[in-house]
Design a binder for this molecule. Structure first.
Ligand code: NG6
Ligand code: CA
Length: 517
């Protein structure tokens, strides 16, 4: 890691850096130069799912207030249309599609980001920040698939890629193991119920959802979606699991746990600069919100989960205010990928959707190369520094690595984060243009410059009938004029071969870059 101290601390050793962090704290608070940084990454929250992005039938006052005090981006993108590749790119500043092993990770996957790869957490740590990761992980734990010791220390883990503290779900709510993992050990571990996990075969004597629907007291899987294996908390999951006892999570308490752990991290680091990643479980399936929210949106559990997400945001902001550090904390709120309505459980999301449009005016959704797959809510709130407003700048999660590096005076080491560019001026509202183009990934790749969007041909199926998603795959090249056709309805590739040619070339140039170069 190369240090580039912009903050008046040109010191090398980590001890000295820590001292520098302390002594400059007051000055930093005054100048707003060394903010705390919190990333709130929602799961599957769509472009149209929150009030400040146009939702009318569900109310999100806490997110809206963050947007009103901050900068709301209209053209911000995750790198990929599912969680693992999206988060991989966000943390590493490398395109997930340069590797073939960044697809949706199983709950017993090994670390997708290896210890030798630099992450944004490493960057903050080198700048003297305390670092924490709370909530949804989905980037693998341990060395190799299926080899974790769930009854001991799981290593390598977040500590090896820059996070001092972690309190995580290994994968998703719908995947085993259904336990919290704190600093790489199962939290509230129950020695009377040793944990075994398998994605290959069931454990003798453990009932499965597909054979025992009568045990599915909280949620049943949607037909043909799977999610009918291990049963935990009256909900069947993907994967097999045995044991856990009192360590097993209760889905209705997951948001409370995440909010409480985030608040505790904030409180215990009020006197140190910190970087905190909060990955919410909301609004991923299984959606089973706390009774405080259940039935409150009128849209079923999906809408209730949006309310619960909004509440979580409010709790984080409240914790900052209680500590008097809200003005000097930079919050980035975004989503890992676009929305999906039925993603595997009978939660009435489809039936009760009504007028609500999770994707806003965009086409597609989670899993799709159309805009709704990766154009995501993105709010930057830093009251001490960023003027409130709306920005149409073209921005991507890929640039958070280099931009945060710029913010804290660190550069990636050679060969690291090579796809990431410093876009701090755009993130702070000082540059209204942003990137020249963004590249998005689903089963194929696309490139967009904000006005035009080119989708590379793909022989994958065009439609996911289970989730009712238009995936955007076509054996033909596609070109859409987003200015005027934001819904990607009219393929104008044949009319504009000049633009097709230049965008195809841009994509090819990016693909030819060697990772790490
Ligand atoms: C899919 C699951 C879906 C969800 C997704 C991951 C099936 C049929 N569907 O494979 O329910 O878990 O993976 O979502 O198994 S993500 O947002 O974490 O990427
Ligand atoms: Ca997701």
């Amino acid at each position: 890691m190369k240090a580039e101290w912009l903050l008046g601390c040109s010191l090398g050793g980590s001890l000295l850096m820590a001292g520098c962090a302390q002594s400059d704290k007051k000055a930093d608070a005054e100048t707003g130069k060394r903010p705390n940084v919190i990333f709130i990454v929602a799961d599957d929250l769509g472009y149209g799912d929150i009030g400040c992005y146009g939702a009318r039938t569900v109310s999100t006052p806490n997110v809206d207030s963050l947007a009103a005090r901050g900068l709301r981006f209209t053209d911000a993108h995750s790198v990929a249309a599912t969680s693992t590749p999206s988060r991989y790119s966000l943390f590493t500043g490398m395109y997930s599609w340069r590797r073939d092993d960044t697809g949706i990770a199983a709950g017993d996957a090994g670390m997708v980001i290896r210890p030798e790869q630099e992450t944004m957490a490493d960057l903050f740590k080198a700048a003297g920040y305390a670092t924490g990761a709370i909530g949804k992980w989905h980037l693998g734990l341990g060395d190799k698939t299926g080899t974790q010791d769930w009854n001991g220390t799981i290593a390598p883990g977040p500590k090896d890629i820059g996070f001092d503290y972690s309190y995580l779900m290994a994968a998703t709510g719908d995947r085993v193991p259904c336990v919290w993992i704190e600093n790489q050990r199962v939290a509230n571990y129950d020695p009377s119920a040793p944990i075994s996990v398998s994605y290959k075969e069931p454990f003798a004597g453990e009932p499965l959802g597909k054979d025992h629907p009568e045990l599915l007291t909280k949620l049943k899987p949607s037909p043909n979606h799977g999610h009918d294996q291990a049963i935990v908390n009256g909900i069947s999951r993907i994967g097999y699991m045995k044991g856990g006892g009192k360590a097993l999570w209760k889905d209705e308490d997951i948001a409370d746990t995440i909010a409480a752990k985030a608040a505790r991290f904030i409180e215990s680091h009020r006197d140190t600069a910190f970087f905190l990643y909060v990955g919410t479980n909301d609004i991923h399936v299984p959606r089973y919100p706390h009774a405080r929210f259940a039935g409150k949106s009128g849209m079923g559990y999906r809408g209730d989960a949006i309310l619960q997400f909004d509440w979580t945001v409010g709790e984080i902001v409240k914790a900052l205010k209680r500590q008097g550090i809200a003005d000097n904390t930079l919050i980035i709120l975004t989503s890992d990928n676009g929305p999906v309505v039925d993603d595997g459980y009978q939660d009435q999301a489809v039936e009760l959707l009504g007028e609500h449009r999770p994707w806003g005016d965009l086409r597609g959704g989670k899993y799709s190369i159309f805009e709704a797959g990766t154009r995501v809510p993105f709010i930057v709130c830093w009251p001490g520094r960023v003027a409130p407003g709306v920005s149409d700048a073209l921005v991507s999660h890929i640039d958070l690595f280099a931009s945060m590096g710029k913010l804290v005076g660190q550069q990636p080491s050679d060969g690291m984060a090579t796809d990431s560019r410093d876009q701090l001026p755009a993130l702070l509202g000082e540059d209204r243009k942003g990137r020249d183009y963004v590249i998005e990934a689903a089963q194929t790749l696309s490139v967009s410059d904000g006005e035009w969007k080119y989708i590379a041909p793909s022989n994958h199926r065009p439609y996911n009938a289970l989730t009712r998603t238009e995936l955007g795959n076509s054996p033909e090249e596609q070109l859409y004029h987003l200015n005027g056709d934001i819904g990607e309805r009219r393929n104008v590739a044949a009319e504009r071969p000049d633009i097709v040619k230049s965008m195809r070339a841009t994509l090819e140039r990016e693909k030819e870059k060697t990772p790490g170069k």
